[in-house]
Design a protein around this ligand. Structure first.
Ligand SMILES: [Zn+2]
Length: 199
């Protein structure tokens, strides 16, 4: 029997990041959410593309530039089709492109609601005294590590912090406030099972 049970948690955010944009109708910055729709404008052989966002208060719009004056010949057929059909997968890659959004907005609210897909990597399940969790986080998520672990393991956050101090919970890469920071791709959490553990 192996003492170590290895699992992988893939974290999928339920909502895309919301940039704060100065809303001309509200007269102040407001969080904007993607409408999922792309607006195109052809100018001769050049194309502009925007992703349309809506103010969460008044539905006023903000057109987020995806590209401007790009020669149509430089755009692949697949991308052109995706643009014309508002392809959800294609749109999603922009909605979760936090780096691109940071160029446009100083403040961005990242989603904290997530789905967690769990996959056991070892053959035997439920026998290990030590649980090793590896996080897969491919999209921007604003969720703190202690909130994720508390929700998924059924432990209070104070208990998690205590376990860490006692050395029963280890996190790699580690730093002082790691439990209070947002979850990161590739983080490993090693946890010793104890009597009342429900996992
Ligand atoms: Zn507004």
């Amino acid at each position: 029997m192996c003492d170590l049970e290895r699992v992988q948690w893939t974290i999928i955010p339920r909502t895309a990041p919301q940039p704060w944009i100065a809303c001309s109708r509200c007269g102040e910055p407001k969080p904007f959410r993607s409408s999922g729709k792309i607006r195109l404008n052809a100018n001769g052989r050049r194309l502009d593309a925007w992703l349309i966002y809506k103010c969460s208060d008044c539905d006023g719009t903000w057109n987020r530039p995806l590209f401007e004056r790009r020669p149509i010949g430089d755009i692949s057929i697949a991308d052109l089709e995706a643009l014309q059909s508002n392809d959800p997968g294609w749109v999603k890659s922009y909605e979760f492109d936090i780096g691109g959004l940071r160029d446009r907005a100083r403040r961005i609210d990242e989603g904290t609601e997530v789905e967690v897909h769990k996959q056991t990597l070892t053959d035997e399940t439920g026998t290990g005294n030590i649980l090793e969790i590896t996080l897969v986080v491919r999209s921007a998520v604003g969720l703190r590590l202690d909130r994720l672990l508390a929700a998924e393991l059924g432990l209070s956050r104070s208990r998690l912090h205590a376990l860490r101090e006692q050395g029963q919970l280890r996190i790699d890469p580690d730093h002082k406030d790691v439990l209070r920071r947002r979850i990161r791709d590739g983080t490993r959490i090693v946890l010793e099972r104890f009597k009342e553990a429900r996992w």
